[in-house]
Design a protein around this ligand. Sequence first.
Ligand code: RFL
Ligand code: PHB
Length: 392
Amino acid sequence: MERTQVAIIGGGPAGLLLAHMLHLDGIDSIVIERQSMAHVLERIRAGVLEEGTVKLLRNVGLGERLDREGLAHDGTVITWQDRPPFLIDTYKFTGRRMMAYGQTAITQDLFAAHTARGGRLVEAASNVRLHDVTSSSPSVTYEVHGEETRIQCDFIAGCDGFHGVSRQSIPADVLRTFERAYPFGWLGIMSETPPLEDIVYAQHERGFALASQRSPILSRYYIQCPNDTNLADWPDERFWAELKARFPRDLADKIVTGPSIEKSIAPLRSFVAEPMRYGRLFLAGDAAHIVPPTGAKGLNLAVSDVFYLHRALDAYYKRGTEKHLEQYSATALRRVWGAERLSWWLTKLLHVFPDHDGFDNKVNQNEFDYLCGSQHAQAALAEQYVGLPFEP
Ligand code: RFL
Ligand code: PHB
């Protein structure tokens, strides 16, 4: 039997960031992770950070490598068939910038800080279960090498991603879910080649494509693919040819190709579970919601959830107030739904849907024309894409 104030299920970015921020306020936690940390630290996922995320990471002492290696961007480019590039100019409209800095690097930074301070973390934990979450003394049990341990705690933070156990611990008559599956995924590669100058979303009749980056010598590219795509059918040469075919000629010519060092397929899904609190269990990040990656919002939402949850726990331990704990779900969900709507809209605008007809295509075309011609539409998109401020 062990004891802590906050048991954190999941050692991804949400769980590790929460542990870090709680530690800065003298609140004790234990992170329980199903995988080995080596596995968690290898995963390649998100790459673009909102300015609010960057500022938060700096404020909690995690800005050093980020400021050294991160690539600042005034905005993101959209190309449409062969039309000239259009910039979602976040800097012009909001005075704020995005930053390309990989989730892999953030997770490494968080884990290094966790290890340096001697933070508690159980890796390779199986059969993780939550108990008595509606009582004032909940607990979590897990097994390592077949031996069970119980952690008694005040609160449980469910940061265990979309396939975790935390959300499943909320009774079906309490939990409401909202979902949209998309009839395609993203086939992504990482390559040790210099990236394009800008992050570019490409709309094309062959399907969506994206050029992104991790460093001056590391590029990340994606192409829209059918859900039943087999990685073995996509050797590098085929990927590069298809990618280039979806960009306007002058940009395609600038793409530097090379061997891929990683290749994977991510399905696209919109999903929200409400409420994000049940008794003493609080969900954060992908455990509560998923967005298609088109708006680069998934990781940023995990960070904003942790911002709100940390604030609520800090207020409880420092001042004995439960106000923020009670408001956590509603506050976090307002921001979640904003990102859900933007991610759904951008996905709809930029991808080829097998069931779209001429009408849908004309409406999309008009939407893009309107965006290019209207400062108001551009300001609205820039404000949402760069990330709405956290609520006070
Ligand atoms: P994570 O990163 O999924 O971490 C959850 C952690 O919980 C562990 N876990 C458990 N631990 C204990 N007990 C259990 N029963 C457990 N079940 C699971 C898992 O092993 C894992 O370590 O969630 P978190 O921390 O909320 O962070 C969210 C972000 O990871 C996520 O929003 C983004 O990465 C989403 N996402 C992307 N977002 C973008 O903005 N751009 C992208 O390009 C992008 N690509 C992706 C993605 C998510 C993917 N997933 C979830 C499969 C690509 C993929 C493949
Ligand atoms: C990435 O760099 O992985 C990336 C960038 C922008 C997105 C999604 C993913 O919208």
